[in-house]
Design a protein around this ligand. Structure first.
Ligand code: E4P
Length: 217
């Protein structure tokens, strides 16, 4: 499973990338707002840190506007992935952009039928939003499973990018179902390493080691 980090915080991205954990980055207008940064500057810096795809989202809602913004965003770096919303204009832009050789992430997906449309439009990634579905008492993980089944039935190459991840269990469940990518907030990504028995076991090993009076090297 590939890990993308879901943030526009450049320092966080630099640290996580140094751990060898990152295969890409996703941003959205809300994350840019939270970072307080200029979208062009922050995205350029992020693209220079991470080798994999960096999703930058258009904010126009009509086809022509999306294509104009996509042209500007795509010039930031070779690893830009244009993010478009799951609307008819977004799907039309997806088709045009992927046909021209760009990577496209179709975002704001909440159903298997929407994901089917995105695959037919040639999307590189489809982003089903698990957490926001769970918030409405709809099982987000079931939507991921349905998309996996449909894409496998027809051999669609579109990668399932599990988004709106809130917990470490979301990551595990998406991996078990076979999502290709999880885009994970930094804190949740760091929490994946945590287990109380690991900490307890390490403390016990270090205490016993001290009793030996030995040193390695
Ligand atoms: C990523 O591409 C999505 O925009 C993001 O995961 C949405 O997460 P949220 O529902 O926590 O805002």
């Amino acid at each position: 499973m590939k890990f993308f980090v879901d943030t526009a915080e450049v320092d966080e991205i630099r640290e996580l990338n140094a751990l060898g954990l990152l295969d890409g980055v996703t941003t959205n207008p809300s994350l840019i707002m939270k970072s307080g940064r200029d979208i062009m500057e922050a995205t350029r810096e992020i693209c220079a840190i991470v080798d994999g795809p960096v999703s930058a989202e258009v904010t126009a809602v009509d086809f022509d506007g999306m294509m104009g913004e996509a042209e500007i965003l795509s010039k930031i770096a070779d690893n830009i992935c244009i993010k478009v919303p799951l609307t008819f204009d977004g799907l039309k832009a997806c088709k045009a952009l992927t046909s021209a050789g760009h990577k496209v992430n179709v975002t704001l997906c909440f159903s298997a039928n929407q994901a089917l449309l995105a695959a037919k439009a040639g999307a590189t990634f489809i982003s089903p939003f698990i957490g926001r579905l769970d918030d409405m008492a709809i099982d987000g993980m079931e939507v991921i499973a349905e998309i996996r089944k449909i894409y496998d039935n027809y051999g669609y190459a579109t990668e399932i990018l599990a988004a709106s991840i809130r917990t470490v269990n979301h990551v595990k469940e998406a991996a078990l179902i076979g999502a290709d990518v999880a885009t994970v907030p930094p804190a949740t990504l760091r929490a994946l390493v945590k287990h109380p028995l690991t900490d307890k076991g390490l403390d016990a090993f270090l205490a016993d080691w001290q009793k030996t009076g030995q040193r390695i090297g």
